[in-house]
Design a protein around this ligand. Structure first.
Ligand code: HEM
Length: 371
């Protein structure tokens, strides 16, 4: 029996955040870091300002122009956005500290008392995963590089139902830091959500560029939860993952829930849906799972409380011999799960990004907000 529900106050505490630290260490500041931003600004880079006066005139002009396409939320955000837009215009070269500021801002937006289980974290993880999981290793198409889910029809693909919530939240951050590409923003959002929900550090580095609708992938590249092991393997082998990695990635279902108006399925997988644990695997083994009798798609429910769910593709992880041995190892050892999960998610979020595009050969470890 899992006593994870007893951790509810703790779970809240995990996502409670202290005030952002005034100063972040400057150690990674390097002018060698290249600049990656939207297709528009990278294809048409403006000349750098000749002096500070030029920069201030630039800031004034941009603020006066109302920030053109960017959303504005409050007076202080207006100033921030104006400054950031001016940075883009000034050929701004972001450093690790600048990305850390984006991370910190995302983490400030996670808590939401009136949304689901109290955090946008799970839906941000799903956005990062669905923007990366379209990768096809043979054609080298898809993946997180171009953030093509911004465009129809990809945004309307059935698998992406509900992800507008996460994309709209990320627009707030984009408005404040317009120099960051959507691919970097969405994957950093996933990293931030996982780390702030008690998960392991997820090595991450920037370098994705924004593409156009022509780079969007066809429907059907993401997994269909109603299917079995062959389907899971087809989908994840296509991305370049093996059985162990499929099982490790699936542990993300410790987080969040299914929504009838998005996927048709209903309910959370664990009693602590906004804290990353290995409970997904523990519950798979410890609880008795029965097919739910209801007027919805085939899903399992725990016999005891009837409040948890498993998708057919989750249940396969304890039915298939090869998957099962990894699921058992993760059920028995959360540290092992965290180690493997960190490695595989880091790779997932880099799918489709040519190595030479990354600004650093070694991924960074971003600091948690309370570090
Ligand atoms: C193994 C194949 C997978 C299938 C078939 C699958 C399917 C689903 C489905 C049907 C939902 C419910 C969506 C909704 O109704 O809102 C969901 C949610 C979710 N998935 Fe997966 N998924 C898979 C793999 C993954 C992976 C690899 C990750 C991340 C590494 C992930 C992270 C999540 C998260 C965090 C949620 C909760 C979202 C929320 O609460 O809004 N899933 N998934």
């Amino acid at each position: 029996m899992s006593f994870a529900f007893l951790r509810t106050p703790l779970r809240r505490a995990v996502v409670q955040r202290s005030l952002p630290r005034a100063e972040l260490r400057n150690q990674f500041r390097s002018s060698a870091i290249r600049r990656y931003t939207t297709a528009e600004s990278s294809s048409n880079p403006p000349p750098p300002p000749k002096s500070n006066t030029a920069l201030f005139v630039g800031i004034g002009a941009v603020v006066a122009a109302g920030g053109v396409a960017y959303y504005v939320f409050s007076d202080s955000d207006t100033v921030k956005s104006g400054t950031q837009i001016a940075k883009v215009k000034a050929n701004f070269v972001p450093t690790k500290d600048d990305y850390q500021k984006v991370y910190n801002r995302i983490s400030e937006l996670l808590d939401a008392d009136d949304y689901d289980d109290g955090s946008y974290g799970p839906v941000l993880v799903r956005l990062a995963w669905h923007s990366s999981g379209t990768y096809d290793k043979d054609t080298k198409t898809g993946g997180s590089n171009y953030a093509t889910m911004r465009f129809e029809p990809e945004s309307l693909h059935g698998a992406n139902a509900g992800l507008h919530v996460a994309r709209e939240l990320m627009e707030k951050v984009k408005a404040e830091f317009p120099w960051i590409s959507y691919g970097d923003l969405w994957t950093l959002g996933g990293v931030c959500a996982l780390q702030e929900m008690g998960g392991p550090k997820i090595p991450w580095r920037p370098g994705r560029i924004d593409g156009t609708a022509t780079e969007a992938t066809p429907d059907g590249r993401l997994p269909d939860a109603s299917q079995g092991g062959d389907h899971l393997r087809n989908i994840f082998y296509r991305m370049g993952f093996n059985d162990q990695e499929i099982v490790a990635l699936s542990g993300a279902h410790a987080l969040g829930r299914c929504h009838p108006d998005r996927s048709g399925f209903e309910g959370p997988w664990t009693f602590s849906p906004i804290t990353l644990t290995n409970d997904f695997y523990k519950l798979l083994f410890d609880e008795k799972w029965v097919w739910r009798k209801w007027n919805g798609p085939k899903q399992l429910q725990d016999k005891k409380t009837q409040s948890l769910m498993m998708l057919p593709t989750d249940y396969v992880l304890v039915q298939d011999k090869s998957f099962k041995k990894y699921a058992k190892a993760y059920a028995d050892d959360q540290d092992l799960f965290f180690k493997d999960f960190s490695n595989v998610v880091s790779r997932l979020f880099e799918l489709g990004v040519p190595t030479q595009q990354f600004v650093t050969p070694e991924p960074w470890i971003m600091k948690n907000l309370d570090e």
